[in-house]
Design a protein around this ligand. Structure first.
Ligand code: GDP
Ligand code: MN
Length: 377
């Protein structure tokens, strides 16, 4: 099954809510927005590409800037760029902190032991897999008895084993206990801070943040659009589901059939979204809405034109795609009114051949979304 992974800025927003110290920062989606923020906090700043894959540092997704020129240059270099298979549509701009020490800290579920597991390494900053290879002795593990929880005094023992002392030990332990609260309250499968940083002047803060939530847990509610009807015309029916394949079809019956066929081929529909009747003219808004989700691994567009014109629907979809840059895979099945022009538009703009049959299209989106998921996670 897929897991619900948060962007760094989303994880950090949760950390901040629980008073875990994070660098001062702001999310931007256009390079000219960087100046106001940089002026407010002062240079140097860090620019961090917001994509769901890790290892952004190595892939060129983390940049620094000492002045306006570098800030604009680096923001432009990051925006719309492909990092580890994902297009960057936003950047987290943060104050650059002076790092004295980088620590690895995570809480995850040990599936074998069926218990939460805390992992600490004083050799943080690099992936845990790399730490396991280069400095395995630095990795300290402790299983949490869920009936007891994980409190500061548990954490103190843990960080003592990693040779921390004094005020730093106290701060780290408090932070770790808070993180366990977050882990429980969000029904997370993983909460990771790497690096957890100690600065030259003794500040302890989360420089990175990664959270994976149980897709069926209560934590995801904050991130899923869960209002059934929201558009101004009040009739576009959207029902979010827990799957990862977005469905866009005209008409309720066709939508349900599309969902069934996707499920038949092993896929998990992410939504019910109906653009029937006059609403076919609102396909741009429909796709805008669907793309607000960050948990999709593919979108299947299934159109059957009678009253609805498939070419008009495709025009809307293309407008939406122009605004909302994404590289999740799309598959189209187009039949009926306007079909010829619709197919041409798809081919010209997206270089994708459309399918005639729903069966073939559904099979294709299931395969493509699986490939995409493997690439991203
Ligand atoms: P990841 O590569 O996707 O895990 O992205 P991170 O957020 O962990 O950043 C990668 C690395 O960039 C960190 O391990 C740090 O070494 C460095 N880095 C990130 N933010 C700062 C910062 O504010 N100051 C300094 N000095 N280094 C930073
Ligand atoms: Mn990191």
């Amino acid at each position: 099954m897929f897991a619900f992974r948060l962007f760094e800025h989303q994880a950090k927003a949760i950390f901040a809510k629980y008073r875990i110290d994070i660098p001062e920062g702001e999310l931007i989606n256009s390079s000219n927005l960087i100046f106001d923020f940089a002026k407010k906090i002062g240079y140097p700043v860090v620019l961090k590409a917001q994509v769901l894959s890790g290892g952004r540092g190595k892939a060129g997704g983390i940049k620094f800037a000492k002045n306006d020129i570098e800030a604009e240059e680096n923001a432009n270099a990051l925006l719309n760029r492909d990092i580890n298979g994902s297009i960057v549509s936003s950047i987290l701009v943060e104050e650059k902190v002076d790092i004295e020490k980088e620590i690895y800290f995570s809480i995850t579920i040990d599936r074998a032991a069926k218990m939460p597991l805390v992992i600490v390494s004083a050799e943080g900053g690099i992936d845990i897999e790399e730490i396991a290879k280069s400095k395995p002795s630095s990795i300290i593990k402790e299983w949490i008895d869920p009936t007891q929880g994980f409190h500061s005094y548990h954490a103190i023992n843990l960080f003592k084993r990693a040779n921390f002392t004094g005020e730093t030990l106290r701060k780290l332990s408090r932070l770790a206990a808070t993180l366990y609260n977050i882990f429980c309250e969000y029904e997370a499968e993983l909460v990771e801070i790497n690096p957890l940083v100690i600065t030259k002047n003794g500040r302890v803060l989360a420089v990175d943040g990664k959270m994976i939530l149980d897709e069926n847990g209560k934590g995801v509610n904050e991130f899923i659009i869960n209002d059934d009807v929201v558009r101004e015309d009040d009739i576009m029916r959207y029902v979010p589901l827990s799957g990862d394949i977005g469905i866009l079809a005209n008409g309720a019956g066709l939508t349900m059939m599309t969902m069934d066929v996707v499920a038949y081929y092993g896929g998990n529909p992410a939504n019910f979204l109906e653009i029937g009747g006059e609403l076919y003219k609102k396909s741009e808004e429909a796709l805008d809405y669907l793309l607000l989700r960050n948990d999709l691994n593919g979108i299947l567009v299934n159109l059957f034109g009678a009253y609805a014109r498939t070419d008009i629907i495709i025009e809307g979809i293309l407008r939406s795609l122009k605004k909302n840059k994404t590289n999740i895979p799309f598959v189209f099945r187009v039949r009926g009114t306007g079909e010829e022009r619709a197919r041409e538009l798809i081919k010209e703009n997206l270089n994708i051949d459309s399918y005639n049959e729903l069966d073939e299209a559904a099979r294709e989106i299931v395969t493509k979304s699986e490939d995409y998921r493997k690439k991203v996670y």
